[in-house]
Design a protein around this ligand. Structure first.
Ligand code: ASP
Length: 332
């Protein structure tokens, strides 16, 4: 009898636990259905006005209309974007804190920070790729070399007195110039900023010599004649800067670099919320005005097959695998 009642009690508890699990699942489903019921915070891991910030603002401006809630950009700077990314990894996984990460925060930082407090693959749910961003070799307006060939000769002869601006260790501007410097076998002094927005101001002001930056940050300055541009590090020229030669055309085919920016949510964010966010991002990328603004700045808009969370997960994996040996070799 005793055994029977104990079994019954255990069964009862199991049933209650089962009901509990069902109600938690039902609650999560209901939350996902109503989502979003309040403003969403989008962390941008660099200063306002830089490429990641600009892309995030263009796309989330449209996503907010689709989702019916505002998306507030919060610029959290430091450590090449890894401070902000750590914060995003530890945020509540309820869909109300997201991050616009990039090739630096979600790939290149892995080999560069042995004590990185997050892992791009294990601590995030990929949401959507927003834009590919070719890398340009840029310099202050009065930098002596006229073209890329002269640039190569000049920087090799003057490496000890050169200053190269970047957005912190592991940022796109840092790792792409590491690659350039390793191809050219030069070691300039790196000057870190909280983003390439402020780094660009220093380049325009002539306080630093050169920089490798994402096209989005450079088109207005190049067109305004406030900086020099030597080449674009992609196989093709970019329609937003049709006169700018590729590195291959200009004599440095070994330097190829294109970055990317994408939305991530903390690990464990419900698949239904991720799907809603992805659909809103995809809708933004199909919007005529969003496309126009992204294309004017030289971004490469992802093709439909590249816009899924699965495609972004695969990109992160392949980029970590690609950058790890390159950066280990470049920093030797
Ligand atoms: N994303 C840029 C970089 O990694 C910085 C920025 O957006 O300001 O260099």
């Amino acid at each position: 009898m005793k055994l029977f009642s104990r079994t019954l009690a255990t069964a009862g508890l199991a049933a209650l636990a089962g009901l509990g699990a069902i109600s938690v699942a039902a609650q999560a489903q209901a939350q996902a259905q109503d989502y979003p019921t309040r403003a969403i915070t989008m962390i941008v891991p660099f200063a306002a006005g830089g490429p990641t910030d600009v892309i995030a603002r263009i796309v989330t401006g449209h996503m907010a209309q689709t989702l019916g809630q505002s998306i507030i950009i919060e610029n959290v700077v430091g450590a090449g974007g890894t401070t902000a990314t750590t914060r995003a990894a530890r945020a509540a996984n309820d869909g109300y804190t997201l991050i616009t990460g990039h090739m630096g925060t979600h790939a290149a930082s892995v080999p560069l920070y042995p004590k990185l407090a997050y892992h791009p693959e294990k601590d995030f749910e990929p949401v959507a790729l927003l834009a590919g961003t070719p890398i340009l070799i840029l310099a202050r307006k009065d930098f002596a070399p006229k073209d890329l060939k002269e640039f190569i000769t000049y920087v090799k002869a003057n490496t000890a007195k050169l200053n190269a601006a970047h957005a912190g260790i592991g940022s796109v501007s840092h790792v792409s110039c590491e690659l350039l410097n390793s191809v050219l076998d030069i070691k300039p002094t790196g000057v870190p900023f909280n983003g390439t927005g402020p780094a660009m101001n220093a380049l325009v002001g002539g306080q630093v010599d050169y920089m490798c930056d994402q096209i989005v940050n450079a088109v207005p300055q190049i067109n305004g004649g406030t900086i020099k541009s030597y080449a674009i590090a992609t196989p093709e020229r970019n329609p937003s800067l049709p006169d700018l030669p590729t590195t291959a055309e200009a004599g440095l085919p070994a330097f190829q670099a294109q970055a990317w920016n994408a939305i991530f949510a903390p690990k464990g964010t419900s698949p239904a919320i991720v799907a809603k966010l992805n659909a809103a991002a995809v809708k933004a990328l199909d919007d005529e005005n969003v496309r126009k603004r992204l294309l004017e700045l030289g971004s490469v808009i992802p093709k439909p097959a590249e816009r899924t969370p699965e495609a972004l997960a695969a990109l992160v994996k392949s980029e970590i695998a690609k950058w790890t040996p390159v950066l280990k070799q470049a920093s030797n």
